[in-house]
Design a protein around this ligand. Structure first.
Ligand SMILES: Nc1nc2c(ncn2[C@@H]2O[C@H](COP(=O)(O)OP(=O)(O)OP(=O)(O)O)[C@@H](O)[C@H]2O)c(=O)[nH]1
Ligand SMILES: [Mg+2]
Length: 225
């Protein structure tokens, strides 16, 4: 009986903080993207390839979340962009308060593109708004094409699906067309990009999507100014 009101309170407090973050991102022209997937789907590797491909003058930063370890931040720091690890100590998702705290000593007016790598989990992160402009869900070909139907919330709420590890398709019984059909049953017209970070396939499409998304955000800001 008591569980529902408590959850509601925690979530509404998160929504309030997330709204504040979204407004700060808007004022500073930061495009903020929240990457979500099961553990090991390839979030960090996609970010490694992204940071490696971007010009060093690009104003990009990453907050990466995990329950334990600084491993992902260590992998991402070597590209020379600001990176911070958020260690949740048991919590299975990032929340807006963690984001607020870890952004405290960064100047948002010096960042154009900010990535959050959420804790590996296909369920809980979908309920927590972090003030991002868009959620992006990753699904690797080893996870099964039924996942959009079993975990619909995150596929419904994400603007883009990145299918990862397509180099493994010859070795796993994964029907990629069915996976895409399932994603679009949950989220009609969902944008989908197929990638292999080991082979480099689809990375151009991904970088092109980022560019397009940045332009859309700038155009929206100009139209509101
Ligand atoms: N074959 C293949 N392996 C990949 C690809 N992308 C990532 N991997 C491997 O998959 C494993 C997990 O990748 P990560 O990038 O650490 O995955 P993650 O989603 O960040 O994992 P968590 O942060 O623990 O949730 C690593 O061994 C990667 O080398 C890919 O495109 N192809
Ligand atoms: Mg990772």
């Amino acid at each position: 009986m008591n569980r529902v009101p408590l959850e509601k309170k925690v979530l509404s407090e998160n929504d309030r903080l997330a709204a504040g973050l979204r407004e700060r991102f808007r004022q500073n022209g930061v495009l903020c993207l929240n990457l979500i997937s099961s553990p090991g789907s390839g979030k960090t590797m996609l970010l490694e390839k992204t940071l490696d491909a971007l010009p060093r003058a690009e104003r990009v930063a990453v907050l990466t979340g995990d329950i334990q370890t600084e491993n992902d931040a260590a992998r991402l720091r070597c590209f020379g962009f600001p990176v911070k690890q958020i260690t949740t100590g048991g919590t299975c998702h990032l929340d807006a308060r963690m984001i607020e705290r870890h952004l405290a000593d960064w100047r948002l007016d010096e960042i154009d593109l900010l990535f959050f790598e959420n804790v590996g989990n296909l369920v809980c992160p979908s309920s927590y708004d972090l003030g991002e402009a868009a959620k992006i869900v990753l699904l690797s070909v080893t996870e099964g094409e039924d996942k959009p139907l079993k975990y619909p919330s995150i596929f419904f709420r994400s603007e883009l699906l990145v299918i990862t590890k397509t180099d493994l398709l010859p070795y796993v019984p994964f029907d990629i067309a069915k996976a895409e059909e399932n994603a679009r049953r949950v989220h009609p017209n969902m944008e989908i990009i197929r990638t292999s970070c080991t082979q480099g396939d689809g990375l151009k499409d991904w970088l092109g999507w980022l560019e397009k998304r940045k332009k859309a955000q700038s155009a929206k800001a100009e139209s509101l100014a």
